[in-house]
Design a protein. Structure first.
Length: 117
């Protein structure tokens, strides 16, 4: 079980990673018509899972995620594999996730403020 400080750190890191993911998605959308552009993703789930399974969040502050090329999907004749529909869906899902994490963060901070008073 995570302590209050660890929970706050985890939620803060998750908001940071969600913001980084949103930037990657926006970059994909900006390059949707760029010949030869291959969409990118921000991968961090595997490393986050490892950190959480170890039960110690000492490595959490170093977690930034890796921007990786996504060679999947359908490549158009111009060598681009960005689907605007897919990116918009990813952006929406990421936005919802950020909102949920932000609500949890605010709730935790409210508990701490209440305890201090």
């Amino acid at each position: 079980m995570l302590g209050e400080e660890s929970t706050i750190s985890l939620l803060s890191k998750m908001m940071e990673l969600s913001t980084s993911r949103q930037k990657v998605i926006a970059h994909n959308l900006a390059n949707a018509n760029t010949p030869g552009y291959v969409r990118k993703e921000l991968a961090f789930e595997g490393e986050l899972k490892r950190i959480l399974n170890e039960g110690s969040l000492k490595d959490l502050h170093q977690l930034e995620g890796n921007v990786v090329r996504d060679e999947s999907g359908i490549f158009r004749n111009d060598g681009n594999n960005v689907s605007v529909t897919t990116e918009m869906n990813e952006m929406s899902q990421n936005g919802i996730m950020f909102s949920l994490i932000q609500k949890a963060f605010k709730s935790r901070m409210g508990i701490i403020k209440s305890a201090i008073r």
